[in-house]
Design a protein around this ligand. Sequence first.
Ligand SMILES: Cc1ncc(COP(=O)(O)O)c(C=O)c1O
Length: 292
Amino acid sequence: MLVYLNGEYLDHDRATVSVDDRGFLFGDGVYEVTRARNGRLFEPGRHLRRLGRGLEALGIAPPAGFEPEGGALAEISDRLLRDSGLVSGDALLYLQITRGAAQRTHHFPPAGTPPTVFLQANRLAVPDDVRARGATAITTPDLRWQRCDLKTVQLLPNVLAKQQAVAAGAFEAVFVRDAILTEGASTNLFAVIGGALRTHPATERILPGITREVILELANEQGLSVVEQPVAVADLSRVTELFLTSTSNDVMPVARLDGRVVGSGRPGPVARQLQAALRERLERDTAQAPAV
Ligand SMILES: Cc1ncc(COP(=O)(O)O)c(C=O)c1O
């Protein structure tokens, strides 16, 4: 399999980064995971804008071509998807940019230190079997920092939460901060309460998921009542549906939370309706998008 590293296309096994890389030493970098369908990227502009906001917040100059209007993502993903045999079906494109390799100091390295840019494409096995029956989730304290809106590679609380879920036989861990369910370890959270769709507002407490944004648009288009308001632990008894969203999971209904049945214990009508709308949008946009 081919990967892209700092301007070169390399065999996966030959691609290496420096032990001085600040991504390795400090988690000093950002990443994006973009969906590809039949060799074409879904919502690349939104991913590039989120990447741009992250780079700006970290004070990393966007590498050439990775500006929001830049063409590098399209060009590189085209080659990676083609050469990895991913021109049909679902795939994920991983992109990581770190502050680069330099002698270890906590403060920024000298101006001009080139960032490390890495991309690879992988086949996505869409978890339709879990979706059909509904996933299980657990709750766990949200131990993350105050800038969860930045998609940085510092993911230790997410890693520990996901492992806690796996150890409990669950699909996802949902973070709880100040008695509010913020989001999943790698997903955003939606609930249906009193017939209205609710999700945490896009503050610094959650990652502004691209799927979340698209789902909010689709829900509005479909005339659903939508409020960007957090779901409190105290609201859980009134929740009729709970679902998670992400680039790799689409809309994933939650059938059980901390061992308790959610709603009917089966994927609910709102989650099923939005999953169908998302899938339609994915097919439509990747059919229309210029070949990447
Ligand atoms: C913490 C967190 N929240 C939400 C998401 C979902 O974001 P997206 O829809 O852009 O994949 C992710 C994705 O990795 C995530 O890590």
